[in-house]
Write a protein that binds this ligand. Structure first.
Ligand SMILES: [Zn+2]
Length: 453
C-alpha cells in the first residue's frame, strides 16, 4: 500500500466518523411558556368579550391557561373615541385587545393579519382572508400552544350580527382542529430543526397536536336553538378567588375596548352605575367535537386529562348523491351543507333552518342552485313567493339546464322598510315539464341596523 493511501485511510478514520462516545443531551421539549389549555380563535379585537365571564372563571378559578388568535386587527368599523381609522384603527384595537386580555392574565395573543371584512357571507371573508394562508397560521399556533380545547365562533349562517369574519374564524378553527395532528399538513412546521442554535433556520420544530375538544359560541339574535347544545355558564356566579361575580371581572375586560361602541362604553357605564344587566346574559356554548369521553352539556374540561391523544382520523369528503331535478340555496348555505359533513359536525345542520337577518330597505342577495341530475336537458322555471312589501330585481324566469348540470342563479330582493324584529318567510319553487319539482325556503329576520348582507 502506498503511503498516500495509508494517509487517506487514517484521515477517514479520524475525520469521516466523528462519533463521540458521549451521550447526546436530552431532547429539547416544546416551550411550556406557550402551552395553553384553551385556544380561542376569533375574528376581531373584542370578540373575546362574548365569553369573557367564562374566561375569567376558567383562568382565575380553574387555573386554565388561555391563548388567543385574532384573524384581524379590527381595522373596519367606527371609532367611538378618536379619529383613527382603517389601519390606524387596527393598530389601536390590537393594543386594546392586548390590554383587555392582560386584565385576565392572558399574554399569549396573536394577530394573523387578515382584513376586517364587514358583511355576512362567510365565503367573502374566506376570500379576503386568503383562506390557505390564514389556515396555515392557525395550524401553526395550534401546534405551538398545544391546546386541550379550542373555542371559536359558530360556523353557521344565523340571523344576528352574524359577521362573515366570525364565521370565517369558526371555519378555519374547525379545519385547524382536524389538521394540526396530521404531520403531512404544513409539514415544514413539524420538521425537526437542522441547526437549532444557528442562524440558518430550517424546519420549524413544532410537533403535530390533536386538541381534545372543540366548542362554539354564537352571535345570533335569538338563542332558543342554542339551548341544550352545549355547556352554559352564568356570569352572575361568584368567583371563588376574586369574591365578585364573573360579570364584574368581565366588565373590567370589556372596558379596555374603548373604540368599540356597545362594548367599552357599556362596560364603563355598568361599572359606574353598579348595574351589570348588559353583561349578565348566560354564555351558551355549542358542542363541536368531543374526542374524549364527555357529555354534550358537561363542563368544557369534563374528561380532559393532561397529555397528548392520538390523531383523530378525518374521513375523506364525498359528494352527496342527488337524482332528478332539485332546487337548493347556494353560496354560503351550500358551502355549510358540505362543510359540516366533511368536518363530521353534521349536528350543526340541525341547529337552524336556513335564515338570515337584514335591515328594512336593504338588499338581500340569495344564491340558489338549480340542479338537473337527469339524463335529459330541461328548461326549468323559477318562481319566488314574497311576503307583502318585498320586491325582487328583474331576472330571467326560465333556465336551460343541461343533463347533470347545476345552474347557479343570483337573486336580489329588497326588504320592506318600516319593519323591525319581524320574521318573514320567502319561498322559491321550480317547475319542469309543467310540473312542480322542487322548492326551498329562507326565513328572514327583519331588524334595524345590522351588517350589510
Ligand atoms: Zn367581531
Amino acid at each position: 500500500m502506498k503511503s498516500s493511501s495509508r494517509l487517506l485511510i487514517l484521515w477517514l478514520l479520524f475525520n469521516a466518523s466523528p462519533v463521540s462516545a458521549q451521550q447526546a443531551p436530552p431532547l429539547t421539549i416544546p416551550d411550556e411558556r406557550y402551552k395553553a389549555d384553551i385556544l380561542l380563535v376569533v375574528a376581531h379585537p373584542d370578540d373575546e368579550t362574548a365569553i369573557s365571564s367564562y374566561l375569567a372563571r376558567a383562568i382565575f378559578d380553574q387555573h386554565k391557561r388561555v391563548a388567543v388568535v385574532y384573524g384581524t386587527r379590527g381595522d373596519g368599523g367606527g371609532n367611538s373615541v378618536g379619529n383613527e381609522q382603517a389601519s390606524s384603527l387596527g393598530a389601536v384595537r390590537e393594543i386594546e385587545a392586548r390590554r383587555a386580555l392582560a386584565s385576565l392574565g392572558v399574554m399569549n395573543v396573536w394577530f394573523i393579519g387578515a382584513p376586517d371584512t364587514p358583511g355576512q357571507d362567510v365565503l367573502r371573508s374566506l376570500e379576503t382572508w386568503h383562506h390557505g394562508n390564514a389556515l396555515e397560521q392557525v395550524v401553526r399556533l395550534v401546534r405551538l400552544t398545544r391546546p386541550e380545547v379550542i373555542i371559536t365562533w359558530l360556523p353557521c349562517y344565523v340571523a344576528g350580527e352574524n359577521h362573515d369574519d366570525h364565521q370565517a374564524a369558526g371555519v378555519i378553527a374547525t379545519e385547524a382542529f382536524g389538521m394540526s395532528g396530521d404531520p403531512t399538513i404544513f409539514p415544514s412546521q413539524v420538521a425537526a430543526p437542522r441547526q437549532r442554535l444557528r442562524i440558518n433556520n430550517y424546519g420549524e420544530g413544532l410537533q403535530a397536536w390533536q386538541a381534545k375538544k372543540l366548542y362554539y359560541f354564537s352571535d345570533a339574535d335569538h338563542t332558543d336553538f342554542l339551548e341544550g347544545k352545549g355547556p352554559q355558564y352564568k356570569p352572575s356566579d361568584v368567583s371563588t378567588s376574586r369574591k365578585v361575580p364573573y360579570y364584574r371581572l368581565s366588565a373590567d375586560e370589556w372596558s379596555f375596548h374603548e373604540t368599540q361602541r356597545g362594548v367599552g362604553d357599556v362596560a364603563r357605564s355598568a361599572i359606574e352605575k353598579g348595574e351589570f344587566k348588559a353583561l349578565n346574559e348566560p354564555e351558551r356554548f355549542v358542542m363541536g367535537k368531543l374526542l374524549v369521553g364527555s357529555t354534550m352539556t358537561g363542563d368544557i374540561f369534563e374528561a380532559v386529562t393532561p397529555g397528548p391523544i392520538a390523531y383523530a382520523f378525518k374521513r375523506p369528503y364525498r359528494p352527496l348523491q342527488r337524482d332528478g331535478i332539485s332546487l337548493q340555496l347556494g353560496g354560503p348555505w351550500a358551502f355549510y351543507r358540505e362543510f359540516w359533513r366533511a368536518q363530521s359536525i353534521e349536528h350543526l345542520a340541525e341547529l337552524v333552518t336556513p335564515e338570515v337577518g337584514v335591515a328594512g330597505g336593504q338588499p338581500l342577495n340569495v344564491p340558489v342552485l338549480i340542479a338537473n341530475d337527469t339524463d335529459q336537458a330541461k328548461v326549468i322555471s323559477l318562481m319566488t313567493e314574497l311576503p307583502d312589501g318585498w320586491t325582487e330585481q328583474v331576472r330571467f324566469a326560465k333556465f336551460p339546464v343541461a343533463a347533470h348540470e347545476t345552474y347557479p342563479v343570483q337573486l336580489v330582493l329588497t326588504a320592506p322598510a318600516g319593519h323591525a324584529n319581524e320574521w318573514h318567510k320567502i319561498t322559491w319553487k321550480i317547475e319542469a315539464d309543467g310540473r312542480p319539482v322542487g322548492s326551498v325556503e329562507l326565513r328572514v329576520h327583519l331588524r334595524s341596523g345590522g351588517l350589510p348582507q
